[in-house]
Design a protein around this ligand. Structure first.
Ligand SMILES: *Cc1c(COP(=O)(O)O)cnc(C)c1O
Length: 222
């Protein structure tokens, strides 16, 4: 029962314009079904193969969000069903997503991941990278992807002021890039905030949060 209660608690706590993605990575089908039976439909996974397996076993009205770092050679396994890819952090990956989406005759919605944390371990594009991508001729020819927003992860720190500064910076970039429009680039989604920092993220302008452990409990990686 606790998954349902946790979900309701978070949903009651966040503004209506903020979408909650339940991050179910490492968690069993039974946990996802518990959230599903409580009415939840948007789930996030960070490994393509794990997401494919769960997609195959679970009801087909689930929206699957790929939130992890992408291995290009695996994009093809999720191209027929993925709802939103959060972690696009290179032009090469974007071109691969476009190619696979074309094969399935669909348009795949994507978010560009920006590097906002100081740590070297976090993936992501710089503002310059984004500008180079979206102004290129080749980008204009990618008809099977649609960039709908940005995603970012704050530093792993107890210092809330650092987290707040990083989220605010991403919101500034988001506000700027929102002015740019093309057939495959129209920003409306700002995906930032996890179990430990989603409140700060929402204060800083997030409208999509990715929450795992606060819903499903701690993950066990062994
Ligand atoms: C695991 C993960 C989350 C959720 O983390 P929690 O701290 O359990 O809420 C969110 N975003 C990304 C990219 C993740 O990999």
């Amino acid at each position: 029962m606790f998954i349902k209660d946790n979900l309701h608690k978070i949903k009651n706590d966040i503004p209506k314009n903020v979408q909650l993605i339940a991050v179910s990575k490492t968690k069993p089908i039974s946990d996802i079904l518990e959230a599903y039976n409580a009415g939840h439909r948007a789930f996030g996974e960070n490994k393509i193969q794990e997401m494919v397996k769960k997609y195959e076993e679970l009801p087909k009205d689930i929206e699957w969000h790929m939130i992890g770092h992408l291995q290009r050679n695996k994009v093809k396994y999720m191209a027929h069903f993925v709802h939103l890819i959060h972690g696009v952090d290179s032009f090469k990956t974007l071109k691969e997503i476009n190619k696979q989406a074309l094969k399935h005759n669909r348009i795949i919605d994507c978010l560009l991941q920006l590097k906002i944390a100081k740590e070297d371990t976090k993936f992501g594009l710089s503002i310059t990278d984004v500008n180079n991508i979206i102004t290129s001729e080749e980008f204009a020819s990618l008809n099977n992807i649609n960039i709908k927003g940005l995603m970012g992860m704050a530093s792993f720190t107890e210092d809330k002021s650092i987290i707040r500064t990083e989220f605010k910076m991403l919101n500034l970039i988001f506000t700027k890039l929102k002015k740019h429009h093309s057939s495959n680039f129209n920003l409306s989604i700002l995906s930032m905030g996890m179990s430990g920092d989603y409140k700060i993220a929402i204060e800083a302008g997030s409208n999509m949060i990715r929450v795992g452990s606060l819903i499903f409990g701690k993950r066990n990686y062994t």
